[in-house]
Write a protein that binds this ligand. Structure first.
Ligand SMILES: [Zn+2]
Length: 174
């Protein structure tokens, strides 16, 4: 089993609401963090992990859409399709909850690679959902912000429970 020292932040933790800082260059510290984030993503059994979800306010996410891990730094959605599709999305910060989220079917993303190069890619389907979901995290947004009132009501009790757990964890850290 993969182990990690990084601690997962749950819905209700204020660090999930703070927009992360732009990374200026990828140095040894960032490289180490990225390595650890990939380990953590697999340890938590997720398909994506944004740095803010482990309490680090830097614009970095790692993900795996089924073809191995990839790293995205300072992502910006610069173009999106008018066509939108709905997918039930889960999130490591919302254990046990899957919310219907409507998003563009395809997007163009500009980001920095681990080698500090700026690139642009076009993605669609599941990969497009992952890029949007994780980019949201780095801007302080989460799946719950896309949910209809009916969806929020459906998970009212679980969401309140998560907020309680998150607050207890914060108190334990203080
Ligand atoms: Zn998430």
């Amino acid at each position: 089993m993969v182990k990690t020292a990084l601690k997962l932040r749950l819905f209700g933790d204020p660090c999930l609401r703070k927009p992360a800082r732009k990374v200026l260059a990828v140095g040894p510290a960032e490289k180490m963090l990225i390595k650890e984030m990939i380990r953590a993503m697999y340890a938590f059994d997720g398909s994506g992990l944004a740095a803010v979800q482990v309490g680090i306010e830097e614009k970095i996410f790692v993900a795996d859409a089924g073809e191995g891990p990839f790293v995205v730094i300072n992502p910006e959605i610069i173009k999106f399709s008018l066509k939108q599709t709905v997918l039930e999305e889960g999130c490591l910060s919302f254990p046990g909850i899957h919310i219907k989220v409507k998003r563009p079917e395809s997007v163009r993303v500009r980001y920095m690679t681990e080698r500090s190069e700026t690139v642009e890619i076009d993605v669609s389907g599941l990969a497009a959902k992952i890029y949007q979901h994780e980019t949201d995290h780095l801007n302080g947004r989460m799946i719950i912000d896309h949910a209809s009132k009916a969806e929020k009501d459906r998970f009212k009790v679980q969401l309140a429970q998560l907020e309680n757990i998150a607050l207890k964890k914060i108190r334990a850290r203080a």
